[in-house]
Every structure is written in structure tokens, then in C-alpha cells.
Design a protein around this ligand. Sequence first.
Ligand code: ADP
Ligand code: MG
Length: 380
Amino acid sequence: MNKRKYKKRNNFTNKINPSRFINRATQSGNECQHEVKNTFSDFNIDQRLKRNIINLGYEEPTPIQDKIIPDVLRGCDAVGIADTGTGKTAAFLLPMVNKILKNRSEKVLIITPTRELALQINLDFKKFSKGLSVFSVCCVGGSSIREQISELSRNHNVIIGTPGRLKDLINRKTINPSIFNNVILDEADRMLDMGFIVDIRFIINKTSRKRQTLLFSATMSKRVEVMINEFTEKPAKVFLKKRDTSENVEQDIVKVKRGEEKIDILHSLLIAEEFTKVLIFGRTKVGVEKISKELISRGLQATSIHGNKTNSQRQKALKLFQENKIKILVATDVAARGLNLNKVTHVINYDTPATYEDYIHRIGRTGRLNQKGVALTFVS
Ligand code: ADP
Ligand code: MG
């Protein structure tokens, strides 16, 4: 039995050639490769929204914002593929807030693969729409549906949610999908591989036929193409990737030799001075919990996030990590998509990711927006 288990795991790790986990960060920031042509004041958007952008400290658009915002403002469908951490959220939120300011009957539905990402986008939305009386409701699984139903009964233009909960609320007739004339799919490729596609189809096919659809991802794949073809019409396409992974992330492998324990190697890394904020990915919920407990028992400050925890436990873990109260977060791939974690210095793939796309997203939690980061992947 042990033997079979070992073999299975070995097969798993052999899927991706380890050489793909080694990559130098490039010297230049993203801005240098894609010359930014617009300033925020060039965009044809509401002055009040511009003021909120300035108050957030955004000086100029990032390349994806620069390229795609004009198309979105024109009302076209659009597809934005750009590195992790390059400001894709604002690329869709800013034009949507603007659209609502112009016409209060606009309805926006934002669909994300994970609860944490929906909550984060909701927070970003609140920042951009501060003081503008534009309201959003976050509808994610694992949280009180009663509360969401109550919030949905109040004035709102935007819903941000995960597919299962959105479908549930549509079935209960709490959400009327047909009034949504703007649909955004963030982390689009993830929606397919988590088996969400059935729910997504169910939802999108019920939204308004005359709608603007936007699709964002850090990875382009056949599956994203499927979604583009199915859900968008003559979209403007903005592809800003020169290579698969974020250019800001220095990537290397950590070889685990026969007789060595991974957890010991991990421990020795974590006590090094430069590992100030570390996100560790494990493959399973149980495995992640085990790593976290082991690190704690060795006197390190760690916490964990995975699907066996409640939403409030998951949010608490994220908050402690975000606020630098705990320097080590051990996670399953629930934390791999879209999360904008503050200044993570290292991502460690304790277990090899299932696919190379997962790898790209995992390591994209570091090296965000002109910062540098390091990604290390254990290989045996
Ligand atoms: P992505 O979705 O591409 O992974 P995010 O939208 O999460 O990236 O943005 C990454 C970070 O960059 C966030 O902290 C966000 O506030 C910040 N950011 C986005 N646009 C700008 C900008 N124009 N100027 C400065 N910071 C920005
Ligand atoms: Mg994002």
C-alpha cells in the first residue's frame, strides 16, 4: 500500500518538468515593455472617480489598464490577459463604476472562482466607489445566505460572487439574472478546471442578451478560448504577456535528496532572515494543516487556509498574514488565484502544483506590481 502511494505521488511530481520551475526575474519592470500612453486624466471618466483613484495613490495606469480601459469604456466586450499582480481588477472595476455613474440602471455581475477573491474584489470596489453611492453585494458560499438575501433586498448595482452561491440565489429567485447587462469573469481559466462551467453557463445564459462581457486571466489556455468564444462577442483582446510567469519572480527549485525530510528543509529555509513573508502551497487540505501544525510545533508562527476551514477562519488567517502578524501562511490552491497579498517575499511550492497554470498563479502571489519576489519549488 505504501509503495503504491509513493508511486502515485511520484507520478504526480513528474508531470511538470522541473526545469520549468527555474526562471530568472528580469531587470525591467512591466512598464518598460509596454509603454503606457494614457494618464488617468486622459480617460473619459467621471471626475469623482478620478479623485478616488488619486486618493488611492495610483499615479498612472498599469499597462493592462492603459490598453484595455478605453475599449471597455467604449462598451465592447473585452479579454485581458496580463501577468499576475499587474492591476487587472481596476481595469474592469474603474470602467464599471464609471458606467454606473453615467446610468444608475446598469447592473454588473462579477464571477470569481474563490470566495476570498470575491471578497477582495468587493473591497477594491468599495474603495473606487467611495462616496459615490454605488453599492455592491458579495455572494459567496460558506457565508450566511440569509444575510446575503437581506443585502440583496437593498439598493445595489453590483454583485460579486462565486458560481455555486450565485446559482443558488438565482434558483431562489433572489437574484434576477436577466437584469444584468454587464458580466465579468475574473480568473476565467480557473472557472473551467474547477468544474464551474456548468454553473457559469447556467448563470450567464440567463443574463441580458444585450450585455457587455469582460474576461480576465493571467493565463491563456484552450479553456480560456472556449470561454471567450462562448460568452463574448467580437471582444477587444489585450494580451500583454511575454512569457508564462510574472517577470518579477525569481524562480528556483529546492532538491530533496534521498533520506532528507521536506519539512526539515522547509524549516531551515523559513528561519533564514530574508524569508520575511512566506506563502507555502501544499496539495491537500489535510496536508496543509499538517505542515502548518508541524511548523507551529517547531516554534514558528504559521497559520493555514484551506477548504476544511470556515470562511471566518479563512478570513482570519488571511488577515493575520496580510497585516504581518504571522509571517507564514500555508495554503491549498484556494489561495493561488487572484489574491493580492501584501509584499509576500517568498512562495514555496512544498507540493508540486497539479498543472503549470496552477504554478503560474501560485507564484504570482509574490512579485506583484513592480516588486520582486522569489518562488521555490520542492522537487525530489
Ligand atoms: P491582478 O488582478 O492583475 O493580479 P490586482 O488588480 O490585484 O492585480 O493589483 C495588484 C496591485 O496593484 C494591487 O495592490 C492594486 O491596488 C495595485 N494597483 C493596481 N493598479 C494600480 C495603479 N494604476 N497604480 C498603482 N497601484 C495599482
Ligand atoms: Mg486579479
